[in-house]
Structures are given as C-alpha cells and as structure tokens.
Design a protein around this ligand. Structure first.
Ligand code: NAD
Ligand code: ZN
Length: 244
C-alpha cells in the first residue's frame, strides 16, 4: 500500500515519534470500547452511570463489580498485532537514535504487556487501586474482598482510573503536552478524540509542525487536521509500518 510505504520512509528519517492511543487499539483484543454496547449483566448501564464519583458514592458495590468484570475480561485478552507493532516501533526508533513516547487513554495495561517501555497512562490503570477519600495508592489484600478499605483512613478503595468529571494528574498532563510539543510525527490511533483533554494533545504537536497520522476506521473531529488518515483497523496497518 502506497501510504504505508511513504510512512515507512518517513519513519526511517524521523527523530521524535509520539503515539496517542484510545480504546480502539484494544478492540481487536476483544476489549470493548465505551461506544460499543456493554454486554450481559451490564448492558443496562451506560459507562457514564458507572465510571463517576457519584456512581461510586451511591453504589460502590455495583461499580466495583463492574470493574472486577472488566479486569477479568482484560486479563483474558491478549495484546493484538497493533500493540505488538507499536512495541516494535519503539525499538526501531530507539535503534535509529530517536525518541519514542506512547500516550494512552487506555487503562488495560495491554501496551506494557506487548513490550512498550515508555507509556504514559493518562487515565490510570484498572489493576491499581487508591482510596476514595484520601487517595493513597494501595493494593487490596485480597481481590475477592467485596468492599476493600484503606489502610490509612478506612475509606473505600476504588480503581486508580480517571472517571468522568475528574481531572487528570496535572503532572502527567504537563509531561504529555511536553512530549507532544517535541514530536516530528504523531500517530492518533483508535480514539474518538472527544474525551478532553486527551483530544487536544495532538494540537500541541501540530502547532510545532508535526506530521499527524490518524489510524481509525471512522472519522473523528481531528480528522480534518491530519496530514494522513488511514481508515483501516490498527491491527492491520501497524504491522506493515514496522515490517512484521
Ligand atoms: P472511544 O470508545 O471513544 O473510541 C474508540 C475509537 O476507536 C472509535 O473512534 C473507533 O472508530 C475506533 N476504533 C474501533 N476499532 C478500531 C480498530 N480496530 N483500529 C483503530 N481504531 C478503532 O475511545 P477513547 O477515544 O479511548 O475514549 C473513551 C474513554 O474510555 C477513554 O477515556 C478510555 O480511558 C476509556 N476506555 C478504555 C478502555 C481500555 O482501556 N481498553 C476501553 C473502553 C474505554
Ligand atoms: Zn484513605
């Protein structure tokens, strides 16, 4: 494919590569995106009714059960060809003496499991916990305890992810902005580009003259700003870019 060839050339000459991923990169691993209908028991809830502070305060057991279900689903899933290609891309860029940063909105740990080293988890990690009250990070003594409590203040433990209506860590966001400002080439992969502030990150790269590539079967609000849009599933096109 011609676009892939051109991108290959660009990749071999480039210094600073940034990849921003969303739920779409994990879709081919069988991890549903938020836009897809939830299945089984959870079909009657929208994620907005489960992934908020209010939902947790009102129904902590329901929210924790939903997260346990998602953790189990993710644990059974495997990194797909798209994840693996991004791990390979990091190696290739490093071998060229360049810099590579992956910024993800996903909480599923699949990039790390695929082998990527430099991962900025904007929205946290579903396998980690913190206290709902004092925010101290900690691991529940037993996965199966229904309502695990904080060792410091006895508050309830919640997943260490960013819920709707919550702010990202200022430090992480600053780092992500800085990384984007340095990018020569930025890939926007599998994100609907509507959840802020992640959706604005590519604009920092664009402002500094980066080449922007979108990989997504569906258009997004950022599509018109991209130099190249590839309407192909990530797991199909990414391996072509790293020749695996
Ligand atoms: P989203 O659900 O809003 O959008 C997913 C995007 O991926 C869509 O634009 C869709 O067209 C695209 N897509 C679907 N299949 C694809 C494929 N095979 N290759 C490339 N693109 C594909 O996801 P979002 O933009 O990440 O925002 C939703 C929020 O939900 C995020 O904040 C994220 O933290 C959270 N979330 C995370 C996970 C996860 O960790 N795997 C799963 C669901 C939701
Ligand atoms: Zn606490």
């Amino acid at each position: 494919m011609k676009d892939a060839e051109q991108l290959l050339n660009r990749l071999s000459a480039v210094h600073n590569v940034v990849v921003l991923t969303g739920a779409g990169i994990s879709a081919e691993s069988g991890v549903p995106t938020f836009r897809e209908a939830q299945s089984g028991l959870w079909a009657r809830y929208r994620p907005e009714e489960l992934a908020t502070r209010e939902a947790f305060a009102d129904h902590p057991q329901r929210v924790l059960d939903w997260y346990r279900w998602r953790r189990e689903l993710i644990q059974k899933a495997q990194p797909n060809a798209g994840h693996t290609a991004l791990a390979r891309m990091e190696e290739i860029i490093h071998k060229q003496g360049g810099e590579f940063h992956l910024i993800t909105q996903n909480v599923d740990n699949l990039h790390q499991r695929a082998g990527n080293q430099s991962v900025l988890e904007l929205h946290g990690n579903i396998f980690q916990f913190k206290c709902f009250d004092c925010e101290k990070k900690q691991t529940p003594p037993d996965e199966m305890i229904d309502l695990p409590r904080c060792q410091a203040c006895q508050g309830l433990l919640r997943p260490d992810v960013v819920w709707f209506g919550e702010n990202l860590s200022a430090h992480l966001l600053e780092k992500a902005v800085a990384v984007c400002q340095q990018a020569d080439l930025l890939f926007l992969i599998g994100t609907s580009a509507v959840v802020q502030p992640a959706a604005s990150l590519p604009l920092y790269a664009l402002r500094e003259g980066a080449f922007l590539v979108e990989i997504n079967p569906a258009p997004t609000p950022l599509s018109p700003r991209c130099d190249l849009t590839l309407r192909i599933p990530a797991g199909e096109i990414l391996p072509e870019l790293v020749n695996v």
